[in-house]
Design a protein around this ligand. Structure first.
Ligand code: NAP
Length: 484
């Protein structure tokens, strides 16, 4: 069940309530945020079940008055609206909960909030709430690491085994997966916003995203969990592509974003849960020691962008950047015998260097950190240097493998772009082309976009995870729609 909170002040609440009912299975009226409103008109418009709550400031809400008055507001709302649920905080006197409960058709949600952290003893908190007469246990805590979500999943699983309705999730950008995956772990419902900017709590996704991109309301215990592991700051369009592909081929799987700082702890914690991983910046090299096996090409490259869980539960690393990058490049130009400059010496550069060398291109590696350029150049017996060297050498193909360009910056000066050469950018943006691709096109270069690499390497990832041919058209379309 997806619950959409209504938070608009006064008159706006009615219109928001109408819209929320279209997007939600159940609507929460946040009376502390709405303030004075016409409950009669809201009652008249009511078509879906309703939760009423009036959160005090001390619990992250906006209500500043006395508890007595607050409980009165809740009682009025329950009676006017015929509310199915009332949400009160853990610690509310039993007498009050009982009298509120007496008027609600489905009962009381008793909730616990921590806006700073995910407490270690979440199970103990769950037991306290369960013992307090709750019909639904609700725990909302802040995630400070991706592994905090595991504590929420543990509590949800415990509640499911006791046949108790529970809503347990982590807030903040690191907690979004617990909102998406609630059904996989037996959760009763999840909260989603009506639209971007209307979030009632940090980390809420929109109801449209929950249903349209992640199919959160359709997931089950059997749903295979996959996702892209990247830094918390990195955007990724891969959930759009893969979830659309799973849907098109009727595969019970979901692809989420795992914002990860400590890749070792992540792999250790999520190993039993995940079925496959895409790996992106900055973890392509650092993930290797935490995997059980490496494919020969990934080993030779020294970077992994795909992890597959084998039948025996072991995690095996592969590299599909190589195929994606080389196929995209070879669609536009010949590589054999050409002078190729790679700018960067990280995971993407390692894959491209391997591919170019194998194809018979003549490599030069340029990088900010000279030691890394030197190390990579040694591997392929080629020259290296800093970016300043670019103006002094002749090249046919220039490949940007740095992360420069994600914020609209140029990885090389436009004066260094030469008409007739091929310019390839591994970087891609959520919308439109990178500045490097635009400037190179303006200079009369042949261009290869990072977006094309993304699609081509994803086709291979899909095949590795599912054993099926990827629905390319669907994936390209989903990527285009993600931009809209
Ligand atoms: P990585 O391993 O973290 O390497 C980053 C590279 O960028 C390093 O060479 C680093 O230089 C350089 N760099 C970072 N900031 C810089 C700065 N301010 N000035 C100069 N150089 C800088 O990352 P990666 O995995 O190779 O990925 C690189 C980029 O390619 C990312 O944007 C990623 O999204 C993109 N990519 C796209 C696809 C696709 O499918 N389109 C596939 C793979 C990668 P130092 O060594 O000096 O730190």
């Amino acid at each position: 069940m997806i619950c959409v909170p209504v938070t608009g002040k006064g008159e706006a609440a009615l219109e928001e309530f109408r819209q929320a009912q279209k997007a939600a299975d159940i609507v929460e009226l946040r009376l502390d945020l709405i303030g004075q409103c016409d409950l009669k008109r809201i009652a008249h418009a009511k078509k879906k079940p309703v939760i009423v709550t009036c959160r005090p400031k001390s619990q992250g809400g906006n209500y500043l008055g006395s508890d007595k008055h607050r409980f009165g507001i809740l009682m009025d709302a329950i009676e006017f609206l015929g509310a199915e649920f009332v949400d009160v905080e853990l610690g509310t006197p039993r007498k009050v909960t009982k009298s509120l409960l007496g008027c609600c058709a489905k009962g009381a949600i008793i909730s616990y909030h921590d806006f700073k952290k995910t407490p270690k003893d979440l199970l103990r908190i769950y037991r306290r709430i369960a013992a307090s007469g709750a019909n639904v246990v609700k725990i909302a805590v802040m995630a400070n690491s991706i592994n905090d979500n595991l504590k929420a999943f543990e509590v949800l699983s415990a509640a499911e085994s006791e046949d108790r309705k529970a809503v347990v999730f982590c807030m903040g950008p690191l907690g979004s997966i617990s909102r998406i995956l609630y059904r996989k772990f037996g959760g009763f419902m999840t909260y989603a916003s009506l639209a971007q900017g209307k979030e009632a709590a940090p980390g809420q996704l929109t109801a449209a995203e929950m249903r349209g991109v992640y199919r959160a309301d359709r997931l089950s215990a059997e749903t295979k969990l996959l996702g892209v592991v990247g830094s918390p700051e990195k955007h990724s369009s891969s959930p759009y592509m893969f979830n659309a592909a799973y849907k098109a081929l009727n595969i019970n799987a979901v692809h989420v974003k795992f914002p990860v700082k400590d890749v070792g702890s992540f792999v250790k914690g999520f190993r039993p849960l995940v079925y496959g991983l895409a790996v992106t910046i900055p973890h392509k090299e650092t993930i290797i020691p935490f995997l059980d096996e490496l494919d020969g090409t990934a080993r030779a490259i020294g970077a992994v962008n795909t992890v597959v869980k084998l039948g025996n539960g072991r995690l095996k690393g592969y590299n599909t950047d190589l195929i994606g990058g080389m196929n995209a490049l070879k669609k536009k130009t010949m590589v054999r015998g050409r002078e190729v400059v790679i700018h960067g010496a990280g995971g993407a550069a390692r894959a491209m260097a391997y591919g170019i060398a194998k194809e018979g291109g003549k490599l030069t590696i340029l990088n900010r950190t000279l030691g890394k350029a030197e190390e990579l150049a040694k591997k392929y017996g080629c020259s290296h240097g800093g970016l300043d060297k670019l103006g002094k050498i002749k090249y046919d193909i220039l490949i940007n493998c740095t992360s420069l360009g994600m914020k609209g910056e140029l990885p090389v000066g436009t004066n260094l772009l030469r008409q007739g050469t091929t310019v390839m950018d591994l970087v891609y943006l959520k919308r439109g082309e990178t500045r490097l691709v635009e400037e190179a096109e303006a200079k009369g270069c042949i261009t290869v976009s990072g977006r094309e690499v993304l699609v081509l390497q994803a086709l291979d990832q899909f095949r590795m995870w599912t054993g099926k041919k990827a629905p390319e058209k669907v994936m390209r379309e989903a990527l285009k729609n993600a931009d809209a």
